[in-house]
Design a protein around this ligand. Structure first.
Ligand SMILES: [Zn+2]
Length: 104
C-alpha cells in the first residue's frame, strides 16, 4: 500500500506525502467528504506513514507497526507526542516507551 493507492484523491495524497517527506506536517488535518471517499483509509495511511520503519514518508502495510495501527487497538501515540516535544522527559513517556518502543 502506498500513497499512489489513493488515485481518486490525488491532490490530497500528494499534499500529505510531500508534507511527510519534507517533515512539514500540520498539527491537525480534517478528513472531510462524502461516504466512501476514503477518508478513514487516508487518515490511517497517514498514521502508518508516520510510524512505519520500512519506508520513508509512506507505509508498507505489512510490518508490526502498520498492522498495529490498522488494527486500531494500540496506536503508539506516545511516539508521536514525544516527537512533538510534548512527552520528552515525563515519567508517562518512559512508561509508554517501555510498552511501545519508538521505531523511528
Ligand atoms: Zn510498515
Amino acid at each position: 500500500m502506498t500513497w499512489t493507492r489513493f488515485s481518486q484523491q490525488p491532490r490530497a495524497s500528494e499534499l500529505l506525502y510531500h508534507s511527510l517527506l519534507n517533515n512539514r506536517l500540520a498539527h491537525a488535518y480534517l478528513f472531510a467528504g462524502p461516504k466512501g471517499a476514503g477518508k478513514k483509509q487516508m487518515a490511517l495511511h497517514l498514521a502508518k506513514s508516520l510510524f512505519c520503519p520500512e519506508r520513508e514518508a509512506d507505509a508498507c502495510g505489512a510490518c508490526v507497526t502498520c498492522r498495529r495501527i490498522e488494527g486500531g487497538g494500540t496506536t503508539p501515540m506516545c511516539c508521536l507526542l514525544h516527537r512533538m516535544g510534548l512527552l520528552s522527559k515525563s515519567t508517562r513517556f518512559v512508561r509508554c516507551k517501555k510498552k511501545w518502543p519508538c521505531e523511528r
